[in-house]
Design a protein around this ligand. Sequence first.
Ligand code: NDP
Length: 290
Amino acid sequence: MTARILDGNALSAQLRGQLAERAAALAARGVQPCLAVILVGEDPASAVYVRNKVAGCEKAGMRSIKDVYAPDVDPAVVFARIAELNADPAVHGILVQLPLPKHFDPEAVLEAIAPEKDVDGFHAENVGALMQGNPRFIPCTPYGVMQMLKSKNVPLKGAEAVIVGRSNIVGKPMAMLLLAQSCTVTVCHSQSKDLAFHTKRADILVAAVGRARMITGDMIKPGATVIDVGINRLQSGPDAGKLCGDVDFESAKEVAGLITPVPGGVGPMTITMLLTNTIEAAERVAGAAK
Ligand code: NDP
């Protein structure tokens, strides 16, 4: 059996077309959706993510602001800038690219962003709203995964969903979203015993760990939907330098029913959902201004 591919690039292109239409409709009402991105330091991966986010805005007809700070910047400077962006009515979404240098308290930074502009959905108020089943902004990566499942009509009600990874950014919000759709959810982590026992029961398996190819075909239930969130750069072997996921694609695709590739799976969807959240924030402002 060879799995069908869940193509994140194709779905992103379709959704971004719809976003461009929404951005144009807002512009016609005098509101240009605007995302402000703050990057601190010189982490090359972060720089690429920020560049892609800014380029995504431009292509969708949205405005973006990019502020880059030296790695040793005084946190007070960044807090002052966040306060300025919070107060600027022309800015609808604000995100601070993670990770931050060690002399920053990342939680304090995320809490400084106005909840109604927190398009990453990481502010405690927005995490709480998601937990209560009444989200204001859904964190972009899990939001993208839900869109991918929806696009293929993957049955969710009563499905066994297993998530490997419990981060605040991916694993935990993913669990909340699948639970809200009446999946039976198991969350595994580094202390879980017998990982394969859990993964083999999964109708929907989400891998969000950061360990190259750790989920192999023999850990997957035949016909399962496998979502690979992981992004890893291989350090050695014949594929050294290439990107790969947490799932061993070659063995997994022979067992799974539906599978996301890396690259070209969840990655492009994450940025698409960031743009979606920014448009939603702008639409709320425009609605309130009517
Ligand atoms: P974190 O490092 O924050 O979390 C990793 C999780 O994996 C932790 O909960 C950890 O458990 C768990 N874990 C580690 N080792 C094992 C193991 N051997 N067995 C089971 N669980 C394990 O990572 P993120 O959630 O931020 O990211 C995960 C991956 O997804 C990374 O590769 C990242 O690059 C990628 N990513 C991709 C995105 C995209 O757009 N496609 C967006 C965000 C992330 P514990 O809590 O016990 O330490």
